[in-house]
Design a protein around this ligand. Sequence first.
Ligand SMILES: Nc1ncnc2c1ncn2[C@@H]1O[C@H](COP(=O)(O)OP(=O)(O)OP(=O)(O)O)[C@@H](O)[C@H]1O
Length: 313
Amino acid sequence: MNQILSISHLSKIYQSGFQALKDINLEIAKGEIFALLGQNGAGKTTLISIICGIVNPSSGRVLVDGKNIIGNYKEARSLIGLVPQELSTDSFETVWNTVVFSRGLYGKPANPALIEKILKDLSLWEKRNNKIMTLSGGMKRRLMIAKALSHEPKILFLDEPTAGVDVSLRRDMWELVRDLKNNGTTVILTTHYIEEAEEMADRIGIIRKGELILVKEKLALMKQLGKKELILQLPFPLESIPSGLDIPGLSLSTDKFELTYTYDANSEQMGIGEVLRRLSEGGITFKDLHTKQSSLEEIFVNLVNAGASSNES
Ligand SMILES: Nc1ncnc2c1ncn2[C@@H]1O[C@H](COP(=O)(O)OP(=O)(O)OP(=O)(O)O)[C@@H](O)[C@H]1O
């Protein structure tokens, strides 16, 4: 694998004594879209802040394209673009000047054509002469992304990119992230909005109470942990499942109008054909049927809840 980010044995204990990260190990490949999921306070921002040199690690090592974030801070930092959660930009400066200045901060030569392209990609071109304080919240967020991209980073961090943004901006952002990936930029995003990870990520990492409890390809994760359901709508309510119909995973809804057969992709459970045959032999007819696959959101909630009950202290 062609690594762009390599994290080994990274831990963080804040001055208060609180341990926010515990022995994180993670490798991210060039051009990957990686989604870091976790509940409030799980440690996502701490991890991103360490990689970006905003927070000091307590122990461990982080390399960005081979550059150590401590020993080679400047070089490592110039490879990273960060779009933080908080919008800190609110000034009398214009959009254009802000983005141009941001590029200059990294010592990169002026490149008006590039800045123009970035502003156009983010639908900010028409606003280039506007003062930042006159922009809407969504426009300010676009500006934060433009700033983060101005020095052509190899990794872009998006911390909760679509929290509180409207549908059109969310769609634009997803498109932008795909374009960046196609150009070879690596994108690491944190999100509470699981549909976002489901839509975009190549790999998913789940962080819980400072520990990276799972890192997996999204499709493999959904296949491995996702459950499927076959739902049969009955023409008449069924008092109970007939006793002769011993099918593990079969349940009757509380309104008695629906039978659900829950199965997972890897188990040795009965196939759907066999289930339908047994039901028909048992005299059960149905007026409609459909299948449903659990979403990444359901998988995530199950994983996090499993930990909450076993790790509660
Ligand atoms: N400066 C600090 N001093 C002490 N504890 C801190 C500090 N900053 C963060 N923490 C604690 O570390 C834990 C992880 O915080 P962090 O902001 O990394 O979580 P997060 O996963 O980004 O959460 P959210 O989704 O709410 O942004 C939290 O319990 C938080 O209270």
